[in-house]
Design a protein around this ligand. Structure first.
Ligand code: PMV
Length: 360
């Protein structure tokens, strides 16, 4: 789709007030998005598993107001959350052209997460996709002729403008974002449910999220993305992401786990290597991140279980494995790896179905 297709051309129906509610999950990238152009256009394509248990639920209350302009309040777990406002203000300003009703209504945004806010798990993917889903639910009411498939694309398109990777949380299973020559329909503008055949092993893949560091990140993702602009290895990195997606397409079909593991771990370490050789350079891994990786490699060698790790832009480790090994992997996590987590805290998650609207 083209950007212009997301700009409404008709006048919307007048609805005095009401409430919509949606839930959206987090996602974990296998091929990473790191580096962007203007308007949240990714420098390379990425692919992720949508998760199931780490979710945000957002209730959006709307009321027509007499004068035009953006006006909203935000609550997290029932309490006013002033520090969320600048990011939402920026999001609303960016998407106003696609959602003109934002100016004619006052909004109350009530949000809650299934995971603790201070867990080090980024809530921006689930939070922005839940809010974008709420907005398209409202749009469905304001423009009753809207097509359901179009609105799903639009939810992902809007979510991208809130937080890039959020656009991969609308659909379930495997989601691609960013134009890739081997994936028909892939787009820089929105996420696409991976359109090719997927082996049964990946349908219910498990992700145990080990919470190594629950603190605020020292360097935000936005700063990290921007550092890819003058990065000495940027071109090679973006080419590598394309090549990894090329290689993953047959692997996702035939379930070749050793090849899957090699790409996923190389992607995680390349992401952090890019951070370590940015100017200025930075390190988001902690000593316990490396302890976990080494212990996991030793466990994989000894047990022959095809378990691997990936990392997002932080110190936490995602332990990915097929469901049939879940009890053995979880036992290893509770006995050994939990000792490297803050307060022994970890979250068991798996591939999920994506964002949903909830009757309110
Ligand atoms: O969506 P952002 O701007 O928070 O960036 C996410 C970047 C990574 O999590 C590191 C990689 C990815 O593709 O999700």
């Amino acid at each position: 789709m083209r950007v212009e297709e997301f700009i409404p051309t008709q006048q919307f129906k007048a609805i005095e007030n009401g409430t919509v509610c949606c839930t959206a999950p987090s996602n974990i990238a296998l091929v990473k998005y790191w580096g962007k152009k203007t308007h949240q256009i990714p420098a390379n394509p990425s692919i992720s598993f949508t998760l199931n248990n780490c979710k945000t639920t957002t209730i959006l209350k709307y009321k027509v107001k007499p004068s035009k302009g953006l006006s909203f309040e935000v609550f997290l777990e029932g309490k006013p959350k002033e520090d969320f406002k600048p990011k939402i203000q920026q999001f609303f300003e960016r998407i106003l052209i696609y959602a003109p009703y934002l100016e004619t209504h006052h909004f109350q945004i009530e949000t809650s997460n299934t995971f603790p806010h201070s867990s080090g798990i980024a809530s921006s993917a689930s939070g922005m996709s839940a809010l974008a889903m709420c907005l398209v639910q409202l749009e469905r009411l304001l423009y009753p002729d809207s097509d359901a498939a179009f609105l799903k694309h639009k939810a992902s398109f809007l979510a991208r403008l809130g937080s890039g990777s959020a656009c991969r949380s609308i659909e379930g299973g495997l989601v691609v974002w960013g134009k890739h020559k081997g994936i028909s329909g892939s787009s820089d503008l929105q996420g696409l449910k991976f359109p090719s055949e997927v082996h049964a092993v990946f349908q219910d893949y498990q992700d145990a999220i080990l919470l190594v560091d629950k603190g605020e990140k020292q360097v935000s993702s936005s700063v990290g993305h921007n550092l890819m602009h003058q990065h000495p290895f940027a071109t090679q990195r973006f080419e590598q992401a394309h090549a990894h997606l090329d290689q993953l397409i047959p692997i996702l079909k035939n379930g070749d786990l050793p090849s899957f593991i090699k790409i996923v771990e190389l992607e995680a370490l390349t992401l952090h290597a890019m951070m370590m050789c940015s100017d200025p350079y930075f390190i988001l891994m902690k000593p316990n991140t490396l302890e976990i990786i080494n212990a996991l490699w030793a466990f994989r060698k000894a047990s022959k279980i095809p378990v691997c790790f990936t990392l997002d832009a932080g110190a936490n480790v995602h332990v990915l494995h097929p469901k049939k090994y879940a009890s053995k992997v979880n036992e290893f996590i509770s006995i050994k790896l939990a000792n490297y987590c803050q307060n022994k805290h970890y979250i068991l998650d798996s591939v999920g179905k994506g964002a949903e609207s909830i009757e309110f």
